[in-house]
Design a protein around this ligand. Structure first.
Ligand SMILES: N[C@@H](CCC(=O)N[C@@H](CS)C(=O)NCC(=O)O)C(=O)O
Length: 222
């Protein structure tokens, strides 16, 4: 596939969890891409809230992708992932592992759970723990408790699947969505002591080539 493709541009920030998920999917599918780093600022040329980037994503957040092969521009990590799967995963290596109505719903429900719940709860935990200019202990407690609740749900799911992937049978794009957020557990002040299956799954994910390559590229180390 790679031979005839022009590299996609992945717009990213080296520390954020959302762009690296998309890099994992591109790596898994051997789709060539280059990373364009942005700052968390409103600098007109370099910032996510600056005029140049807002032309790509009016929501001023990463990831966004530009695909010169199709002319498509996407943002929101879920939309980026699903675009990549539709266009570059014709053999369905990272999509739902079965094609029954239940298989498709299972894929989407875990994807949406991450996008709408675990990711945002962890994001708010990080905000109130590290960045909020005003201390707000109540908000920090609330979002930390919600993050733990999500980890409970994930631990239960890994117990059902045997623990090597969020969905039964193999690693999918759903694992990439979760990987980047769960890996931030220490930064968010979350303990994995009560989550042996999450711990084991995270170690396994960390040994995968597409995951390692994605981090190296998004962090500008490769
Ligand atoms: N729902 C969005 C969230 C994107 C997001 O919040 N990205 C972070 C980096 S991981 C960001 O751009 N933050 C910049 C900001 O908050 O100004 C997605 O899944 O893509």
């Amino acid at each position: 596939m790679a031979a005839h493709l022009k590299p996609l541009t992945l717009h990213a920030h080296e520390t954020g969890p959302n762009p690296v998920k998309v890099a994992m999917a591109l790596e898994a599918l051997h789709v060539p891409f280059k990373v364009k780093q942005w700052e968390f600022s409103d600098d007109p040329e370099k910032g996510l809230k600056g005029a140049k980037f807002l032309k790509i994503n009016e929501n001023g957040r990463v990831p966004a992708i530009e695909d010169p092969n199709t002319g498509v521009v996407a943002w929101e990590s879920g939309a980026c992932m699903n675009y990549i799967r539709r266009v570059y995963d014709k053999g369905n290596t990272i999509g739902p592992s079965g094609d029954s109505a239940q298989d498709l719903v299972d894929f989407e429900k875990w994807e949406y759970f991450l996008l709408s719940t675990l990711g945002p709860m962890m994001g708010q935990t990080n905000w109130f723990r590290h960045f909020s200019p005003q201390k707000n202990e109540d908000a920090l407690q609330r979002y930390t408790a919600q993050s733990y609740r999500c980890f409970d749900v994930l631990e239960g799911q890994l117990k059902k699947t045997g623990g090597e992937s969020v969905l039964p049978s193999r690693v999918t794009a759903v694992d990439y969505h979760f990987e980047a957020w769960v890996r931030m557990y220490e930064f968010a002040g979350i303990s994995l002591e009560k989550y042996p299956l999450i711990w084991k799954w995270l170690q396994l994910m960390g040994t995968r080539e597409e995951v390692r390559e994605a981090y190296l590229k998004v962090q500008g180390k490769k």
